[in-house]
Design a protein around this ligand. Structure first.
Ligand SMILES: Nc1ncnc2c1ncn2[C@@H]1O[C@H](COP(=O)(O)OP(=O)(O)OP(=O)(O)O)[C@@H](O)[C@H]1O
Length: 285
């Protein structure tokens, strides 16, 4: 499936997301009235304060929110719509969700630490292919898995190893390989370098850049890490408390900050902070 008729693989129109009330927790609006587009081949970075709605957006755009695992409360679209690769996600029929997810790679937050402990690296990377087609040719599967492992610069000897035998950075690369194994047209990556050692972080950022050059996809990359964003994205969107505070190239956003949160971020960056997750939204809106 290609881009939608309007030409944007991702188009959010006045999108609002809400966690429904559950147990003693009242309903919570996580994202309010978000409008933006991502062009073919474009990578958009998303940054924002803790709790500003970034992961919620990723859960919805990846389709993970529509296939809830038991016991997890998932966000629902309560306003506007998200149109991804021609799929209108508001009210997407349940039977269409698996098909949708085949087109959209999702690197979820903490992906590296949540790889299934009892599966080999080959099984983990190949699983999305088998989920799509149980009878997929075993030889073709092995070749595809080996190619993916190689593209994330890991040795083939790792195929029969288990996650606990790998370092955090190596596990993150495995998670990237798995997210891309189906050759998705859109990639949603939630903090791809969080929790990774500084030396490996640059390697993962470089890897995303290389993958981007070789696989044609549009992507949304959520990150607090400005050097990573600088080396991987075309534009950034800044979220603050569930609303869009700014959008543009990194220089456009920070050279002329207008929103208080963006000003605070720009100040932190001027003071030499590269990673911005320690900024609390405690200034006046
Ligand atoms: N299951 C849930 N039920 C109710 N509210 C939730 C749930 N999960 C998240 N929220 C709330 O939704 C808001 C957005 O959360 P989200 O995880 O999207 O933020 P985030 O920007 O990704 O933050 P972080 O940078 O800390 O990961 C927060 O106020 C959070 O408390």
């Amino acid at each position: 499936m290609g881009a939608a008729a309007h030409g944007f693989p991702i188009r959010l129109s006045d999108l609002s997301l809400e966690y429904p009330a559950h147990g003693p927790s009242p309903a919570h609006v996580a994202l309010r009235g978000l409008t933006l587009t991502v062009a073919p081949g474009e990578v958009l970075g998303v940054l924002g304060s803790a709790g500003s709605g970034k992961s919620t957006l990723a859960k919805v755009l990846s389709g993970a929110a529509f296939e809830p695992r038991s016991g997890e409360v998932q966000p629902v679209i309560t306003g506007g719509d998200a149109n991804v690769l021609g799929y209108a996600l508001r009210g997407i029929p349940k039977r269409k969700v698996p098909e949708y997810r085949f087109h959209v790679g999702y690197l979820q937050q903490d992906a590296a630490s949540t790889l299934p402990a009892d599966r080999t690296i080959a099984e983990i990377i190949g699983e999305p292919i088998l989920e799509r087609d149980r009878r997929y040719n075993a030889k073709a599967l092995a070749t595809r898995v080996a190619t993916m492992l190689d593209s994330v610069r890991l040795p083939l000897g790792m195929l029969e190893q288990y996650p606990y035998e790998l370092s955090g950075g190596q596990r993150q690369r495995v998670a990237v390989a798995r997210a891309l194994v189906l050759g998705p047209s859109v990639l949603i990556a939630d903090e791809p370098t969080a929790g990774i050692d500084l030396t490996v972080r640059d390697a993962v950022a470089q890897l995303i850049g290389e993958l981007r050059a070789h696989h044609a996809f549009s992507a949304i990359i959520i990150s607090h890490d400005l050097p990573v964003l600088r080396s991987t994205v075309d534009r950034i969107a800044v979220l603050d408390r569930g609303e869009l505070a700014a959008i543009g190239t990194i220089d456009e956003v920070f050279d002329d900050p207008r929103h208080p949160y963006v000003m605070a971020l720009a100040g932190a960056l001027d003071a030499g902070h590269a990673v911005t997750d320690d900024l609390e939204p405690d200034f006046p809106a």
